[in-house]
Design a protein around this ligand. Structure first.
Ligand code: ADP
Ligand code: MG
Length: 345
């Protein structure tokens, strides 16, 4: 989800972040980038790989390209500079600045180059060939994640988010569509994408009112209370639930019902889909889906959680789902993932 541009004119406040001076605007946007902005024709240097678009949002479309000089594949994110009649170039610059800041994390997508045309900016990103983890989240049986997969991927997500939080960045739109994979089969590593809603958080300035995707937003967002790194941790709790069960814990019939479920923490830990999970997996989610942001586990604390410390109890190799007789004792059946009424979306 892409925010509308900030309306007020910005004043700049220099803040210190991981030893570097970063110029930050009042609304938590960074305004300086190091990547040179190229203005020569994009198509002179990149050829479109025909086929389906990689993704599309309200103001962005992502397509696969090959760099002519190197033959390497990239994902080009084309972003409109004007949205709803407002100039959003500064928001795009912020997205670029955050990607630059996160270069050192292997779990955040790499930015290769930036192009600008009259109406668009083009972010040339490392190509994540495995697509969104969303597909495995809603997949049936053989393709769905095993608990062991979720643990490994969740550790990577948490390491990426811990890196961002140490750098005072909150993502604010963590969901299965914004967590990509380097490869699908064999299951690769994760890459966090889409910093369109991300903001810098600092102790001196309060940030409120940034609305992510309904199913994943924290109660403080709905109550117009201050946003913090804990806001992302709520979304990670929802993400864990969706990755483990394929169902969305707060999703209602409409937005209103979803928001009501979130603000009342109307969640069930006794659903059929959760049967068979390690009890520590439930504790993990419970340590995040807490109304009070201060009481939620941090990303660093989550990495120390018992659920992520223990190796998963044997048998859960992904391959086994497609090999051997489903009920043979040598190859126990993988946990069945029945759909509840509402799939994650
Ligand atoms: P939006 O702000 O429109 O949500 P995203 O950055 O999330 O934009 O990109 C939209 C979709 O495009 C993603 O959900 C994903 O499916 C696809 N996509 C984005 N970046 C990449 C990438 N680097 N490699 C492969 N697919 C990508
Ligand atoms: Mg997105």
């Amino acid at each position: 989800m892409i925010p509308e541009c900030p309306r007020s004119s910005e004043t700049r406040t220099p803040i210190r972040c991981q030893g570097a001076d970063l110029t930050q605007t009042r609304s938590g946007l960074l305004s300086e980038i190091k990547t040179p902005i190229k203005t020569e024709p994009f198509n002179e240097h990149y050829s479109l790989i025909p086929g389906k678009e990689l993704g599309r949002g309200k103001f962005a479309v992502v397509k696969k390209y090959v760099e002519k000089q190197t033959g390497k594949e990239y994902a080009a994110k084309f972003m409109r500079k004007r949205r709803k009649g407002q100039d959003c170039r500064l928001e795009i610059i912020h997205e670029i600045a955050v990607l630059e800041l996160a270069t050192a994390s292997p779990w955040v997508i790499n930015l290769h180059q930036v192009y600008e045309t009259a109406n668009e900016m083009i972010l040339v990103l490392e190509y994540a060939a495995g697509g969104e983890i969303f597909h495995q989240c809603v997949a049936e049986r053989e393709e769905a994640f095993r608990e062991a997969d979720v643990k490994r991927l969740m550790r990577q997500i948490l390491e990426g988010v811990a890196f961002l939080h140490r750098s005072s960045v909150v993502h604010l739109d963590l969901k299965p569509q914004n967590i990509l994979l380097t490869s699908e089969d064999p299951l690769g590593d994760i890459k966090i994408v889409d910093f369109g809603l991300s903001r810098m958080v600092s102790s001196s300035q309060e940030l409120r009112e940034i609305m992510g995707t309904p199913e994943y937003v924290a109660p403080e967002i709905l109550n117009y209370e201050p946003i913090s790194t804990a806001t992302d941790m709520w979304s990670i709790g929802v993400l864990a639930y969706v990755m483990l069960t394929g169902t969305s814990p707060f999703l209602g019939d409409d937005k209103q019902e979803t928001f009501l479920n979130i603000s009342q923490i109307n969640i069930s830990y006794t659903e059929e889909e959760l049967e068979g999970l390690e009890p520590s997996a439930i504790q993990f989610m419970k340590s995040l889906l807490i109304k009070e942001p201060q009481a939620r586990a941090t990303a660093e604390a989550c990495l120390q959680h018992p659920w992520l410390q223990q190796p998963t109890e044997g048998k859960e190799e992904r391959k086994e789902a497609t090999e051997g007789e489903p009920n043979s004792p040598a190859s126990p059946p993988p946990r069945r993932r029945k759909r509840r009424r509402r799939k994650a979306s």
